[in-house]
Write a protein that binds this ligand. Sequence first.
Ligand SMILES: CCCCCCCCCCCCCCCC(=O)SCCNC(=O)CCNC(=O)[C@H](O)C(C)(C)COP(=O)(O)OP(=O)(O)OC[C@H]1O[C@@H](n2cnc3c(N)ncnc32)[C@H](O)[C@@H]1OP(=O)(O)O
Length: 136
Amino acid sequence: MTIDETTHMCFACSPINPIGLKLVFADKGDTCVTRFVPGPQHQGWTGRVHGGIVTTLLDEAMAQFLYRRDETAVTAELTVRFRIPAPVGSELLVEARQTGARGRLLTLEAKACLKDGTVVAVAQGKFLRVPPDALG
Ligand SMILES: CCCCCCCCCCCCCCCC(=O)SCCNC(=O)CCNC(=O)[C@H](O)C(C)(C)COP(=O)(O)OP(=O)(O)OC[C@H]1O[C@@H](n2cnc3c(N)ncnc32)[C@H](O)[C@@H]1OP(=O)(O)O
């Protein structure tokens, strides 16, 4: 896949998308991790981070796990369980890992936790391999 890591506009991880989350990822053991401090602009109900933003963090962590391992795949299905409200202003630690692979189908899981380890949300993702040129 040919993607310019400095100029792409991914909402979650682009360094230059003006309204993006600007997530930075790293590999840690068999996981891919990131941290994010949601601001007031990321809330739904007052003081609670919007579930779509939490979902984006989880989805992106799984997608980055694959990207960093040279897999070209897209999210085909995503299930999120929101365990507790994510408070605006509290850092979220997000990690993703692969749980399986069968043919084109890759399965992953991700979780978002508060700094004290409290789990905020967990996700199961199914990703389907696509040809590299399908993703530009
Ligand atoms: C370090 C620096 C960073 C730099 C960083 C650079 C940028 C890094 C950007 C990252 C960016 C990430 C972003 C986040 C991840 C997105 O957000 S990805 C975007 C959201 N997802 C999409 O747009 C996907 C939209 N859907 C599709 O394109 C198509 O439906 C799919 C998923 C490719 C599948 O279509 P298809 O290839 O035509 O396949 P299809 O014939 O439907 O199914 C093939 C097989 O898979 C099976 N299948 C399909 N769906 C499922 C399912 N959900 N469950 C089970 N089986 C399934 C089918 O049953 C079928 O099985 P067989 O009949 O072959 O046995």
